[in-house]
Design a protein around this ligand. Structure first.
Ligand SMILES: Nc1ncnc2c1ncn2[C@@H]1O[C@H](COP(=O)(O)OP(=O)(O)O)[C@@H](O)[C@H]1O
Ligand SMILES: O=P(O)(O)OC[C@H](O)CO
Length: 500
């Protein structure tokens, strides 16, 4: 067997599981390992992870994927890391132990801190300098909460004994045995503490949130070498950690959306639609976020992002709460039994609506029911809701960026569903392009890692390695499309401002 380093490992640390995937130099998956870990809900609306469990699960997948494939550390050119974004860990730099569970991106406990920031008149400042809206989603207020609520934390932080990290930073620290405390631009841009104009930590926001700068990691390019990890014990070897990016930006890179005007939609638990806007920072007028992404040379680019909270999660609800299906795959079968939803709309505003509405008071609505409405119609309405929400974001994005997209690249678990993909093409009047490798997030991290150590030369070479598995061409009359979409907008308006 050749010992040439012709493989890269992507560590994909997600909200519900940790994965390790080995890609070869043709960008083909050679093996993978996955471990789920616990979700901790201490109170309504609070979500935590045990950062030590995350580390253990990620380390285990790394060991397992090497054992499964028989690939030796010497054959690994580099390891890339991609991660659930915003989730916040603070640990003691001497002991390497977290001072508290990680506060997860979904956690709403800091809503009050956000209200105070808004009352201080910081909304415009935050939008202009971080590209974000003031929201509990991002790391900044989570850090403040930990410093204010964990006994002794603030004093320790002021003595320089604590470190903050998003999950990438935590994993790099652990993998390098405490030698490297760093993050990348894409993850930094989700903290609400990072100035996306100057590419520096923002002193005004650090002061407003009372966060000592000594807590913060060094910020590096996504395609830099971050450090080295010893793989395979004393018989093994050192491998570079080269390539770090937040999962949605990694997926954008994995789809090779590295130029202005290229967009992808990831259909996972939620849907995350990102468009690369190149060196141009677009300030959204329609409720989207401005965030950092990665350009063709690994340089910092800007992107617009629309986050939809309920994507594939609607399908889990049909399965787990309504018992209408046994598995997510069943939805395509039942939905295909009917031509349309018979006028039924499902607005999945279970936790309010994200982009472009940002209405925390909206609630789920099943509307348009008539005596003939049956299970198949409701299942179809659930699938269509994923596509309608994506169209909402897509329309906002095209208006903000002043472009008309000719194609939308897709990935994520739910894009396996052909009915959903065809309806997305129809309702958005756009060509939907599904790649052969659906693990685009991991592929993006692998690409960054391989490029950083010279296993691949440039993105033009990478473009030759990826292929389209299937494309879905729009095939709906304009009048029908607009009538359906108007129905959706009417249904959305009925779901809004329901509570509070
Ligand atoms: N064939 C399918 N049709 C519709 N939804 C699906 C299908 N397969 C998976 N899903 C949904 O996709 C989600 C899983 O996708 P994945 O990319 O693994 O998400 P995440 O990374 O957010 O955990 C689940 O919410 C599931 O309900
Ligand atoms: O772990 P995922 O795939 O649910 O992604 C989470 C996002 O990064 C949150 O912003």
């Amino acid at each position: 067997m050749s010992t040439q380093p012709r493989y890269v490992i992507a560590l994909d640390q997600g909200t519900t599981s940790s994965r390790a995937i080995i890609f070869d130099d043709q960008a083909q998956v050679q093996g993978s390992a996955q471990r789920e870990f616990g979700q901790i809900y201490p109170q309504t609306g609070w979500v935590e992870h045990d950062a030590m469990e995350i580390w253990a699960s990620q380390r285990a997948t790394l060991t397992e994927v090497l054992a499964k494939t028989g690939i030796k550390p010497a054959q690994i050119a580099a390891i890339g890391i991609t991660n659930q974004r915003e989730t916040t860990v603070i640990w003691n730099k001497r002991t390497g132990r977290p001072i508290h569970n990680a506060i997860v991106w979904q956690c709403r406990r800091t809503a009050e801190i956000c209200e105070q920031l808004s009352k201080q008149g910081l909304s415009d400042y935050v939008k202009e300098n971080t590209g974000l809206v003031i929201d509990a989603y991002f790391s900044g207020t989570k850090i403040k909460w930990l410093l204010d609520n964990v006994a002794g934390a603030r004093e320790q932080a002021e003595r320089g004994e604590l470190l903050f990290g998003s999950i990438d930073t935590w994993l790099v620290w652990k993998l390098t045995e405490g030698r490297v405390h760093a993050t990348d631009f894409t993850n930094a841009s989700r903290t609400m503490l990072f100035n996306i104009n100057t590419l520096q930590w923002d002193d005004t926001l650090l002061t407003a949130l009372d966060i000592p700068k000594s807590l913060l990691p060094e910020v590096k390019a996504s395609g830099d070498v971050y450090g080295h990890v010893q793989l395979g014990g004393s018989q093994g070897g050192k491998v570079a950690i080269a390539g770090v990016a937040g999962d949605q930006q990694a997926a954008l890179f994995g789809q090779l959306c590295v130029h202005k005007g290229m967009a992808k939609n990831t259909y996972g638990t939620g849907c995350f639609l990102l468009m690369n806007t190149g060196q141009q920072k677009v300030n959204s007028q329609f409720g989207l976020l401005t965030t950092l992404a990665i350009g063709p040379q690994g340089e910092v680019n800007y992107a617009l992002e629309g986050s939809v909270f309920m994507g594939g999660a609607i399908i889990q609800w049909l399965r787990d709460e309504l018992g209408l299906i046994r598995s997510a795959e069943d939805t395509a079968y039942f939905a295909a039994k009917v031509d349309d939803t018979n006028g039924v709309y499902l607005v999945p505003a279970f936790t309010g609506l994200g982009a472009p509405y940002w209405d925390p008071y909206a609630r789920g609505t099943l509307i348009g029911l008539s005596r003939g409405a049956n299970r198949n119609h409701i299942i179809r309405a659930a699938l269509e809701a994923i596509a309608y929400q994506s169209r909402d974001v897509l329309d906002a994005m095209q208006q903000d960026a002043g472009v008309t997209l000719s194609e939308l690249k897709v990935d994520g678990g739910a894009c396996a569903n052909k009915v959903l993909m065809q309806f997305q093409a129809d309702i958005s009047h756009i060509e939907v392009i599904r790649p052969t490798v659906l693990e685009t997030t991991a592929l993006g991290a692998a690409f960054l890692a391989g490029l950083a150590v010279g296993m691949w030369q440039d993105t033009a070479q990478l473009a030759k390695l990826v292929s389209t598995a299937q494309s879905f061409t729009p095939n709906m009359e304009p009048a029908q499309r607009e009538a359906l979409y108007q129905g959706w907008q009417k249904a959305v308006s009925r779901s809004r401002h329901w509570v509070g």
